[in-house]
Design a protein around this ligand. Structure first.
Ligand code: NAD
Length: 317
């Protein structure tokens, strides 16, 4: 069994480390949030008080952090991973970050004598809890192979993507499609409701028809249909609107650098921006449905608080 250092015990890192502990590994965790650290300890993680302490004696270091800036900040500098880990330690970043940051960490890790892979994931919090995430891994083939062995308790699919940063490239394109699917699912769900269809009957049809998607099956944005969906829990975040906006902006930046028009992606990004501007950036990204049913305070079509609450809970108008 291995000694694992884990930096970032949030919505994804929390359940992922629980599966590493369940597989028999020792997991030394660090998070800036005391609540996240306490939740990790409750599932068997050993709390540490710094990145430097977490990486001592580790066979492998995972990072699961919000954005490229966070990843750079824990890797670089006097207090960072590269300054404190042993050179034999395998370094794995599973955050979803911009390609430039991923390349910068690849370059700095190689220059310092480390093996590093970019290994972002898909499958959401439910996949993290179930140990069924898809990992897409970019880097040197020997490091990718060794990373796959550590990743196994958390995943149903481990797919090597090629050289450095190709894992992030795959993830960015996947999430562009996810968030477009989420927006289209929100429109279809609200329209079906307003046409008088029973919400469960419509979901039963769409989930075995051509309107099907992962977003529809896992994140249905109207309450009372998919039990674990955030719509049933007042949109408590499983994947915040802020992070969704970050991901779709990563796709837009990559598209601009490759002269690729993303007409629908750019529109969906503007929807997330409206959600954030409406004060809901910390809520679940599936709250994008509030722009369709008019329940976002200040959104077109509805400003009445009682109707807003009913609409957002899928009770229709
Ligand atoms: P989160 O915000 O819930 O968790 C991130 C954690 O990192 C927080 O607990 C935060 O306190 C901690 N953190 C931030 N800076 C830190 C630092 N310098 N040192 C230590 N800890 C620090 O985010 P999440 O939903 O777990 O997502 C993490 C990454 O995974 C993101 O890149 C996201 O895009 C990606 N992702 C998320 C999902 C999802 O469904 N939530 C799915 C796939 C991929």
């Amino acid at each position: 069994m291995a000694t694992v250092a884990w930096i970032g015990l949030g919505n994804m890192g929390g359940p992922m480390t629980a599966n590493m502990v369940a597989a028999g590994h020792t997991v030394n965790g660090f998070d800036l949030s005391a609540d996240a650290l306490a939740a990790g300890v409750a599932s068997g993680v050993t709390a540490t008080s710094s990145v430097a302490e977490a990486v001592q004696g580790a066979d492998v270091v995972f990072t699961m952090l919000p954005k490229g800036d966070h990843v750079r900040s824990v890797y670089f500098g006097d207090a960072g991973i590269l300054a404190h880990a042993a050179k034999e330690t395998l370094l794995i970043d599973s955050s979803t970050i911009d390609i430039e940051s991923a390349q910068a960490v690849h370059d700095a890790a190689a220059a310092a004598g480390f093996r590093f892979v970019d290994a972002p994931v898909s499958g959401g919090m439910s996949g993290a809890a179930a140990g069924t995430l898809t990992f897409m891994i970019g880097g040197e083939s020997g490091a990718v192979k060794d990373a796959s062995a550590f990743i196994s308790p958390m995943s149903a699919n481990i797919i090597p993507t090629g050289g450095a940063t190709t894992g992030q490239a795959a993830k960015i394109c996947n999430n562009l499609m996810l968030f477009i699917n989420l927006a289209s699912t929100s429109e279809g769900a609200v329209l079906a409701d307003r046409l008088g269809l029973d919400k469960k009957v419509f979901w039963d049809i769409a989930s075995v028809s051509s309107g099907d998607s992962w977003a529809l099956r896992t994140w249905y944005p109207i309450a009372g249909v998919v039990p674990n969906a955030a719509s049933n829990h007042d949109f408590a975040p499983t994947f915040t609107a802020e992070l969704a906006n970050k991901d779709i902006n990563l796709a837009i930046a990559a598209a601009r650098s490759t002269d690729t028009p993303l007409e629908i992606g750019e529109h969906v990004q503007q929807m997330f921006q409206r959600l954030i501007d409406g004060g809901q950036g910390g809520k679940d990204c599936t709250m994008i449905v509030s722009l369709v049913d008019g329940s976002l305070p200040g959104a077109a079509g509805n400003n009445d608080a009682e109707t807003n609450a009913a609409a957002i809970n899928g009770k229709g108008k």
